[in-house]
Design a protein around this ligand. Sequence first.
Ligand SMILES: Cc1ncc(COP(=O)(O)O)c(C=O)c1O
Length: 239
Amino acid sequence: MNGFSTRAIHAGQAFDPTTGAVIPPVYQTSTFVQKSVGDLREGYEYTRGTNPTRDALQELIADLDGGNHGFSFASGLAAEDAILRALLQPGDHVLMGNDVYGGTHRLVNQILAAWGVELSTVEMSDVEAVRSAIKSNTKMLWVETPSNPLMKISDIEAVAAVGHESNLTVVVDNTFATPALQTPLALGADIVVYSATKYLGGHSDVLGGLVVTSSEEIAQRLASSSSLLARFRLRGRSS
Ligand SMILES: Cc1ncc(COP(=O)(O)O)c(C=O)c1O
């Protein structure tokens, strides 16, 4: 396998088949022409579902994180919202670290609470405290490491193992470390989420959110809920 630096500039970056452009163009189109109704030309229909530029980005982040499926969103919080709403139901409980990004806490505590999702927080660096805080309705463990703002560090491998003992979905917000420094899927996480607005963007000129998973079931649920009515073609990584 190529090294990280090579993959960071080449993964998902096939040349454009129409013109031979070596850098994937930005396809600024909402809709794609069909041969006849429902008979797609190159598999693309409507950009909320799929778009070649997003496909390139999604393949890139999936490669860098060692996952099978990547998803891109308009912001980190949009990515988080998609995960939470795709996988939780009213009555479910989420256990988060006690120093996650404020917007993440508010998203569950203020917005999803109205739909019956319950939240509590725990010192995520204390594995036994995590074990004790899991309740009968806990469905998701949300780990942000390093955390924002206090830069608390959690042991992803240890807390993922504890979460899986109770069949929880383990989500790691890897915004601060990026796959250059930490690959949570290899440590047992089920989902990695990013605010690409930060170090992945790198220049304070873009908002974005990314999600990576190797679970087919999670990928299907995320795809169908986040693309809403558009037909979503779930593309695994080609390599
Ligand atoms: C760790 C972390 N996760 C998620 C977010 C939310 O991302 P966005 O601002 O792209 O919606 C932020 C934003 O500061 C963050 O620091």
